[in-house]
Design a protein around this ligand. Structure first.
Ligand code: OOG
Ligand code: MG
Length: 253
């Protein structure tokens, strides 16, 4: 592995581990392929601390997210065990730099994904689906980044709260999404904002994995990408997300 990749990975891993923001990389420091290599190397730092890969997430699958962050390409990153926060519990914000929350649909896979799958096949690859809240936390100052920066930073992956699993696959298509802070609605939208249908995220995930010759074992999590923009978290909040037909997921700060 080149020195540049290893140094960037170590820098981002330290920033995440110590909850301390770092400056963006100088423009043109590395290309997208190297950004994914940095991402992978940073996961190896987590693995060295005993952390395990639990799945993957997609980013910028909705227009609302692209517009909010000024990045217009689909990206993906790794989810690990240490990112899982317990549903209904109090999340320790000190673990994060400048956390934001966003509503997501989470899939639990039933079969290994080891090649591109079609939209028709996608449902057959799912064991269950759940409403989820992702806590994103860019390691860059002011939450500002380029496409390459955010990919290197494992797509701002930081925390994950998964709600009740079900097999309500027919409810996925155009379900109302609402996030409330202390009972007051702060974000609302529809799962249709996720590439037109969250199952398309699964199709995209399979293609992205195939493109880098990786597979994902059965029993993995796949986060489809936020349906709405993200909202900044602060202490002493009750955060709740309802997705019509899928149920509710909540936590406290
Ligand atoms: C990057 C992560 C994007 C999503 O659901 O679109 C993402 C970011 O916004 O910091 O997780
Ligand atoms: Mg997300």
């Amino acid at each position: 592995m080149s020195n540049m990749i290893e140094q960037a990975a170590a820098r981002l891993d330290q920033a995440a581990h110590q909850a301390q923001a770092v400056e963006q990389f100088a423009p043109g420091s590395f290309d997208l392929a190297d950004a994914y290599r940095i991402q992978r190397a940073s996961i190896q730092h987590r693995a060295a601390r005993g952390d395990k890969v639990r799945g993957i997430k997609l980013g910028f699958t909705s227009r609302a997210k692209m517009v909010q962050m000024g990045v217009h390409d689909l990206i993906w990153g790794w989810l690990t065990d240490s990112m899982l926060e317990e549903e209904g519990s109090t999340v320790n914000l000190a673990r994060y730099i400048h956390p934001r929350v966003e509503p997501e649909v989470c899939f639990l896979t039933r079969r290994d994904i080891s090649g591109p799958i079609s939209a028709l096949e996608a449902a057959d690859y799912i064991e269950a689906v759940a409403p989820a809240l992702e806590i994103i936390d860019s390691r860059y100052q002011d939450f500002k980044f380029t496409l390459e920066d955010v990919v290197a930073d494992n797509c701002s992956s930081a925390g994950l709260v998964v709600g009740p699993w079900s097999r309500q696959f027919d409810k996925l298509g155009n379900a109302g999404v609402n996030v409330a802070f202390d009972g007051r609605s702060v974000l609302s939208g529809s799962t249709a904002a996720i590439l037109g249908h969250p199952l398309r995220s699964l199709v995209q995930a399979s293609r992205l994995l195939a493109a880098c010759e990786r597979s994902l074992p059965a029993g993995s999590l796949i986060m489809a990408g936020a349906a709405t923009a993200a909202e900044a978290l602060r202490p002493d909040l009750h955060v709740r997300c309802d997705i019509s037909g899928l149920g509710r997921v909540e936590f406290f700060t």
